[in-house]
Ligand binder design. Structure first.
Ligand SMILES: O=C(O)CCC(=O)CC(=O)O
Length: 313
């Protein structure tokens, strides 16, 4: 999610709005710079639809050696697997079997009657089942970090490690005022959705063609007006009571200029998860794409560190 969110844990409303304005301006600047000169879009795998029995049809990409350790890359809110992780995929798939998933209600993911992070976490295990993957590292960005934590909590025999990026043990919509504001914004955004065409598979898959067109298609493949639903789902997430139980190797990739999930909130993961290692990225909340030059090397170090460690006993 972009940094235009009202920022701050316990911020006053004025402070939050001020921070939001600053964050919004910073993200806009980075987005414009990115549109003019995007992080190289290269060496991406083809994706495919995958039926998850009893759950629905999702969309995944799979790359790297099938017999290498598996890393699931779990994207943040309102993006898609490939859009959120395209800078990271080529950096990881020489050493890892890398899987991205479009979370339900995102991109070409499952369209269910409800959206919950618990269902998203169970989808990860269901994709692993379909791919014949027994154990894997779950790497998640922001909302995806919450999903990764839930995947560990619900499928402890499957998740061998965690890489938690620009995320925390709760999201800001846990605050009812914040949630109400997200709902209001979401209502307004539904009007824009009505005007947007649904992108075709051909445009969504054409990453070698016009990059701007591809990026816009990927962005609009998730409905803007679903923000309120996502915020509600995130409001139910709180891993603080069980963080100390996490017993798998964990790396926390902290975006040190993040105005959406403040570094202090990210640090709660480092403090709360036994043995967690911290990796710093000089970037804001959209650093997985808009600050990929700084993000990708730290992500890569984090994934290698987790994959080379044995579980904390
Ligand atoms: O407000 C928060 O706590 C962050 C929520 C968010 O933006 C999730 C995401 O970017 O995936």
């Amino acid at each position: 999610m972009i940094e235009s969110r009202i920022s701050g844990d316990g911020d006053s409303r004025t402070g939050g709005v001020r921070a939001a304005a600053a964050g919004h301006f910073g993200t806009m600047k980075r987005a414009v710079r990115h549109a003019v000169k995007p992080y190289p879009i290269r060496d991406l795998p083809d994706g495919r639809r995958l039926e998850l029995p009893g759950r629905g049809t999702t969309y995944i990409t799979e790359s790297g050696p099938a017999d290498a350790p598996t890393v699931f890359l779990l994207h943040g809110v309102s993006t898609s697997g490939i859009l959120g992780w395209y800078p990271a995929i080529p950096a990881l798939n020489s050493d890892f079997h890398v899987v991205t998933i479009d979370q339900r209600w995102h991109g070409r993911g499952i369209r269910s009657s409800e959206f919950t992070l618990v269902d998203c976490a169970d989808d990860v295990a269901a994709v692993a089942d379909r791919l014949g993957v027994d154990q894997f590292t779950a790497a998640g960005f922001s909302m995806g970090g919450g999903i990764a934590q839930l995947a560990w909590q619900r499928h402890r025999d499957r998740v061998a490690g965690l890489v938690l990026c620009s995320t925390g043990p709760y999201f800001s919509s846990i605050d009812p005022d914040r949630l109400a504001s997200e709902q209001r914004i979401s209502k307004a955004l539904k009007v824009i959705d009505k005007m947007m065409p649904t992108p075709s598979d051909a445009t969504l898959d054409d990453w070698q063609g016009n990059h701007l067109k591809w990026g816009i298609a990927q962005m609009t493949s998730t409905r803007l007006g679903d923000q309120g639903t996502f915020a509600t789902a995130m409001s139910h997430f709180d891993s603080r009571p069980w963080l100390a139980e996490i017993d798998v190797p964990t790396a926390v990739v902290v975006s040190t200029r993040d105005k959406v999930v403040q570094p202090e909130r990210q640090q709660l993961l480092v403090d709360g998860i036994p043995g967690a290692q911290r990796f710093d990225v000089d970037g804001g909340h959209a650093c997985c794409v808009l600050g990929a030059e700084a993000f990708v090397p730290e992500l890569s170090k984090a994934v290698h560190a987790v994959a080379s460690l044995k579980s904390v006993s």
